[in-house]
Every structure is written in C-alpha cells, then in structure tokens.
Ligand binder design. Structure first.
Ligand SMILES: [Zn+2]
Length: 165
C-alpha cells in the first residue's frame, strides 16, 4: 500500500503509476546522508513518488507518513471531509503545521479526483458497515479494517474519530 495516497500498489501494465517504489522521504538530492537511513524510506506508488513528490522538499517539509512522533504524522495534521472525500488540515493547527499539511496535500495531489472518489466510496462503505454491526462488534471491525495494508486506513480512522466524537 502506498503510504501517501493509501491505495494498493500493483505492478500492472495498464497503470504503471501504481507500481511499488521506495521513496526517500527526505529526497536524496537534498539529504544524501540519509540514503541508507531506513527511517527515511517510505513505501510508495510510482505516481506519488516519481510523478508528484520527486526531489521536492519545500520549506515546510512534508507530513511524514511513517513519523515516529505522532506530532509529525498524518493523524495530527489531517482530517477527513466525509461529504467530499477530501483530506483537509486539522482544525486548530498552528500556521507552520497547517502549511505543512496544505503543502503535502497539494504537492502529492492527495485530493486528485480519482483518489478522492475511491477514498469517498471506501469510507462510505466502511461507515455503512460500521453502522450495520452490533455495537459490541464495531471496535473489532475498526481494528481489522484500519490495519496497515488496507486501503484508506488513515481516512477510515479519521471518519470513525468523527463518528465517535
Ligand atoms: Zn501513492
């Protein structure tokens, strides 16, 4: 699964953008000393890595999908709009964190139409299933369906966070 767009990576001839790649979160061109630092490696589809992110490293940096510190990671920076399927900066961020969230969303095209549509379909299905379950089974369902390796695990968790609020 791509850690940026949360879609499955597949090496297919029809859609080469979904091929799996290894992204250097802090690009080699700017941070050559991190070439073999595994904490700097992010599993990513070709489209997000080679197509969008490339060697870019803005002043704000990007939201780190595998951040060790929660305050650097996606859960802290993003929220999910269940009406549009868009990722948005979380309310209450300081201006620096908000810039970082917006820059990541823009540069990685995280709200590009096809990604947004798949995210919207997936989370709607996820929420419908959640509602259909007996209350005592919901938490186990969320645990399974938001494990790493499932598409849109992050967006699903954000949707549940809103339902539980
Ligand atoms: Zn991707």
């Amino acid at each position: 699964m791509c850690w940026y767009c949360e879609r499955l990576c597949q090496a297919t001839t029809e859609d080469t953008g979904k091929a799996p790649t290894l992204d250097h979160f802090r690009p080699l061109r700017h941070f050559p000393e991190l070439a073999y630092e595994w904490r700097n490696w992010v599993f990513s589809c070709l489209r997000c890595n080679g197509g969008y992110k490339q060697d870019n490293w803005p002043l704000s940096g990007y939201v780190d999908p595998s951040a060790a510190d929660e305050q650097d990671g996606p859960e802290y920076h993003f929220d999910y709009d269940p009406d549009t399927g868009e990722l948005i900066p979380r309310a209450g961020l300081d201006s620096q964190a908000r810039d970082k969230a917006l820059q990541t969303i823009d540069d990685l095209r995280l709200n590009k139409l096809d990604v947004r549509r798949f995210r919207l379909d997936w989370t709607r299905q996820f929420i419908d299933t959640w509602h259909s379950l007996p209350i005592d089974e919901r938490s186990a369902f969320v645990d399974v369906a938001t494990q790493l390796g499932y598409e849109f695990a992050g967006a699903s968790l954000m949707a549940i966070r809103q339902l539980s609020a």
